[in-house]
Design a protein around this ligand. Structure first.
Ligand code: FRU
Length: 510
């Protein structure tokens, strides 16, 4: 066989790749070099270059975790959506792979929106995503049309299914909003067949979640409306996920236009967790309780997987549509994922704990026990921007309960971000107003937490551009991004009244 023949054989085996995808792959390979490593998060997945939003296709395939993401490589703002792609063995160290999907067909030319991944019976990986194109209606107004589409691949290269789109307006129940149909999340049911939930709405844009089923991953059938908002939580519900957890069934979704209820749901684009039960036979979800997923500033559109050892792990987009336009347009990248979080249900609430593999990156332990203080102090050896730090807080004087405890971090002479605890109101607050954000808008969120006798446990995980606060072993979590220069690595403790703390800090070596 001479060379020409080999070329031909190889080319036949490769999926046909559009120029749009080729361009994106070339662009990201060249331009990722513009981003100095130390400016990136150390153990959180961020955009390879350009813009990142929702996690997509979070899956375990051929021995690796795969994460795809909503991606606009060409600048740090949202644009025609591609799917970026990265793989990992521990969910903390990520290797970028070439962009997986580009908006390059008539049915997805305006964007490849969010979706999910499963393994097919023949070992290939199936992606289902929302293809978006624009159509001008009889009223002369141009609108987005959203349909569900498939691509099949080997964990690196994907070919769009010739039968696309596979779910269209015709597959929605009567009375549905024709222009809101997106974010399919598939899973394999116990009987080996596939299910999928997707976001839809009423003509008034009130959220509804549709359930579909499939034998083979290619032919899908509408089953039912799994759950309806009925005006309770915001408008459209985006990015649903639906899974069993600790004898219960959980629906995660990210509603738009949310209004606050007491201290729940303070983000305009918020997150919602509904815990209930599911009858497999009749496919009926019965709601029992609801809560926000994350109480910080930046968290949206999470997806979960079941790890090979049976843990339900969630990763969200650690940003929020309401605050994601504050960065300088010159920045070569924007958007990162949250830490992977192990989910469980404890006392009827969704509990999130940092992925246990993080402990394998611990180094440089510094521990203090029973430090009683008032006013402000620093502790020798407690500093850093890539750290895992647990603080146990209790009153220094039980007869005179303190007013407030705070920890300041990412601190230098000018900047700091704080997490504070007010025992009398039982409130934990994250505040990044002095983090160097480009605009002095509201930069704080509060959460009512469980605390008794002025005690609380706060685990702060800092990476270069973020803080995630796990309160009382993950009963409440508050996430926020911060773009303070990484050289601001000071940490101080402040107390209004007498406070006793234990502190354990590890550097995260990555
Ligand atoms: C949620 C979302 C999804 C959509 C995607 C587009 O953040 O609006 O509903 O698929 O982002 O990038």
């Amino acid at each position: 066989m001479h060379n020409g023949e080999i070329e031909e054989t190889i080319q036949e085996d490769l999926p046909i790749m559009s120029q749009t995808l080729r361009d994106a792959r070339k662009y990201e390979e060249i331009n990722e070099k513009r981003i100095p490593k130390e400016e990136r998060p150390g153990f959180h997945l961020a955009a390879r270059v350009g813009w990142m939003n929702d996690p997509n296709g979070f899956s375990y395939y051929r021995g690796k975790y795969h994460m795809f993401y909503q991606y606009h490589p060409y600048n740090s703002h949202w644009g025609p959506m591609h799917w970026g792609h990265a793989v990992s063995e521990d969910l903390l160290h990520w290797t970028y792979l070439p962009a997986a999907l580009a908006p390059d067909t008539a049915y997805d030319g305006a964007g490849c929106f969010s979706g999910s991944a499963v393994e097919l019976a023949d070992g290939r990986q199936l992606l289902m995503y929302t293809g978006v194109f624009r159509r001008t209606g009889s009223d002369g107004i141009e609108r987005d049309i959203q349909t569900q589409c498939l691509a099949v691949g080997d964990g690196r290269d994907y070919e769009k299914y010739p039968g696309n789109p596979i779910l269209t307006e015709k597959d929605m129940p009567k009375g549905s909003n024709k222009h809101e149909f997106r974010d399919p999340k598939m899973w394999r049911a116990l009987d080996g067949t596939l299910r999928c939930v997707a976001a839809g709405g009423t003509p008034e844009r009130d959220g509804r979640i549709f359930l579909y089923s499939s034998q083979d991953g290619f032919q899908w059938k509408f089953e039912k409306v799994l759950i309806e908002n009925n005006g309770r939580f915001g408008s459209m519900w985006e990015c649903p996920d639906f899974f069993p957890l600790d004898e219960k069934q959980v629906l995660l979704t990210s509603p738009m236009d949310m209004l606050p209820q007491d201290l729940e749901y303070h983000n305009g684009n918020g997150t919602l967790c509904i815990i209930g039960t599911y009858d497999q036979e009749s496919q009926t979800f019965t709601e029992e309780r609801n809560q926000a997923i994350d109480y910080g500033i930046d968290f949206y559109a999470p997806q979960t997987i079941l790890t090979p050892d049976g843990r339900r792990v969630m990763i969200g987009w650690m940003q929020n549509w309401d605050t994601c336009n504050l960065h300088s347009p010159e920045k070569p990248w924007f958007g990162q994922m949250s830490l992977p979080r192990e989910l469980s249900i404890v006392n009827g609430r969704l509990v999130q704990r940092p992925l246990r593999e993080l402990e394998q990156l611990w180094g440089g332990k510094v521990h203090y026990q029973n430090v009683t203080f008032s006013g402000s102090m620093k502790l020798e050896g407690i500093s850093g921007r890539r750290i895992d730090m647990e603080i146990t807080v209790r009153p220094g004087d039980t007869s005179n309960l303190f007013q407030k405890f705070s920890v300041w971090f990412a601190q230098d002479e000018i900047y700091h971000t704080s997490v504070s605890f007010r025992p009398r109101e039982s409130i934990v607050k994250v505040d990044r107003k002095f983090s160097g954000s480009r605009r002095a808008i509201i930069h704080q969120r509060r959460s009512r937490v469980n605390s008794k006798d002025g005690q609380v446990r706060l685990r702060l995980i800092l990476d270069t551009c973020s803080v995630e606060v796990f309160v009382n072993d993950g009963e409440h979590v508050l996430s926020a991004t911060l773009y303070t220069d990484p050289s601001a690595d000071g940490i101080s403790f402040l107390a209004d009244g007498s406070v006793t703390i234990d502190v354990t800090k590890y550097d995260i070596l990555c």
